[in-house]
Design a protein around this ligand. Structure first.
Ligand code: NAD
Length: 470
């Protein structure tokens, strides 16, 4: 297989690669996928300078032209989706078809986010307008490895159509698919969209650069705290999208097969490496036995293997340390009295595979119940009542998303008060138009939108009071 060389993209040009490179290996096979070079603070400063120089011209182009160009970006993203999905799969293990579907979804997100920009700016800057909207300036976009492409493309359309310019710093664990985005954004003026590859030090240099005006960070709680502290000291806006320990509460009156399907997919999708994975299930005692048997049967049927084979549903974990962490959580819960019904041991052979694992009744103080696991582990606790399930679901430091399955209208009402940035009842239905997604507590801060309201978040607003001249 061809090796990929990930380059920076600064001011519309690829930076030449040095010799001090970091290697990226396929987590399914151990094969070398490619290299990249971690950017130092001088390289970061070059990217920020390019973004700063390009910003006023980008803003002055006007919302209509920015919208046209970003529609072109969305088209390019669709056209490149197979290549990008293939690189994602090789560098972080995800099944290719899944990655490609996500990327197509993200092209739609860009189109939705930019769809109202012309009206948004027309209204806010009319001659009688009392509320004026302006971009912040240069945005730093720092992203994790679990959805390498979409973590960039789900946010950047809105940042850009708002008139900001952007410097992206993807995760050092999966940077190559993001580096390949330079071709997708090639249609924009130089300096509007820049990519600097690198590690935590690169990210740190980026947010400390005095010409960065806004930080958008997605990643772990531990890093989010550091990023928030730097942005706080610099008094610049900071969006933090962090981890979760999302609960699913299951009532006694639901169809068991349907409930098991939602629980299994929610826990195993992307090998559990999703910020909104189901990480704690509370099931009513009256259906616990048949529900657990169905859950085990469905989870056992998931096919495991490299994401390059379309028949596989469960790829590897991103690396050895993530697999160790998942196993530590399972092992500690078992030591503390939980029952491991299936799985529970790393799989032999090449790759960082961990099987679908079902753990029953871990104690509330085990790491499996208190920390983000980010692996293919389905954790089930049997509760005496739906109310107990809701109470235990809410007893967490996180607040990303939460779900419930119930046919009882009173329980639907109770579940609506689950404490999280997004609540999904019975798998979801038609919700409000362009809803906010606002994580709470350790899961972060700042409101995300996947539609046109994103412009509210990524622009500053100020009032202009115009009186009569005398
Ligand atoms: P991470 O915190 O280790 O790294 C995230 C990014 O931060 C990487 O690009 C990394 O290089 C960079 N970074 C590290 N130290 C930094 C510093 N001091 N200053 C600036 N940048 C720095 O997270 P990860 O392991 O890549 O991602 C997994 C985490 O992301 C999980 O906790 C997951 O829940 C979370 N996540 C959250 C969402 C969401 O929308 N809430 C979405 C996806 C993933």
């Amino acid at each position: 297989m061809t090796q990929i060389y990930g380059s920076n993209w600064i001011n519309g040009t690829q930076s030449t690669l040095g010799t001090d490179t970091t290697k990226i290996f396929d987590p399914a096979t151990g094969d070398l996928v490619g290299h990249f070079q971690a950017s130092d603070s001088a390289e970061v400063a070059r990217a920020v300078k390019a973004a700063k120089c390009a910003q006023s011209g980008w803003w002055e182009l006007g919302a209509q032209r920015r919208t046209e160009l970003l529609n072109q970006v969305a088209d390019n993203l669709r056209n490149s989706s197979h290549l990008l999905a293939e690189i994602e799969s090789r560098e972080m293990g995800k099944p290719i078809a899944m990655a490609q579907t996500d990327i197509h979804g993200s092209a739609e997100v860009i189109e939705n986010q930019i769809s109202g920009a012309i009206e948004f700016f027309a209204e806010s800057s009319s001659s009688t307008g009392r509320l004026v909207r302006r971009p912040y300036g240069v945005a730093a976009l720092i992203t994790p490895w679990n959805y390498p492409v979409c973590q960039v493309t789900d946010v950047v359309g809105a940042l850009l159509v708002a008139g900001n310019t952007v410097v992206v710093k993807p995760s050092e664990k999966a940077p190559l698919s993001v580096a390949a985005l330079s071709e997708v954004f090639d249609c924009l003026p130089p300096g509007v969209f820049n990519i600097v590859l690198g590690n935590g030090a690169t990210g740190s240099a980026l947010i400390e650069n005095p010409d960065v005006d806004l930080v958008h960070f997605t990643g772990s709680v531990a890093t989010g705290r550091k990023v928030g502290a730097v942005a706080g000291a610099r008094l610049i806006p900071c969006f933090l999208e962090l981890g979760g320990k999302d609960p699913l509460v299951i009532d006694e009156d639901v169809d068991i097969k349907w409930a098991a399907e939602i629980a299994v997919t929610g826990s195993l999708f992307n090998t559990g490496q999703v910020c909104t994975s189901v990480e704690r299930i509370y099931v009513h005692k009256n259906i616990a036995e048949p529900f657990i048997s169905e859950l085990v049967a469905q989870a056992s049927s998931w096919t495991i293997g490299p994401g390059s084979d379309p028949s596989n549903q469960l790829g590897p974990l991103i690396d050895g340390s993530q697999r160790d962490l998942v196993h530590e959580h399972v092992f500690e819960a078992q030591l503390k009295g939980a029952q491991v019904l299936i799985g529970g041991e790393p799989l032999p052979g090449p790759g960082f595979f961990y099987p679908p694992t079902v753990v029953l009744n871990p104690p509330d103080d085990s790491r499996l119940m208190t920390e983000e696991t980010f692996g293919p582990v389905i954790t089930v606790c049997v509760v005496e009542s739906f109310e107990e399930g809701i109470t235990r679901a809410n007893s967490t430091s996180f607040g990303l998303s939460a779900g419930a399955l119930t046919a009882n209208p009173q329980h639907v009402a109770a579940a609506s008060h689950l404490s999280a940035g997004m609540v999904t009842i019975n798998g979801g239905g038609e919700g409000p138009d362009d809803p906010p997604f606002e994580p709470t507590r350790f899961s972060g801060s700042g409101r995300l939108f996947f539609g046109p309201r994103a412009l509210e978040a990524y622009t500053t607003a100020y009032a202009v009071n115009i009186g009569e001249a005398k």
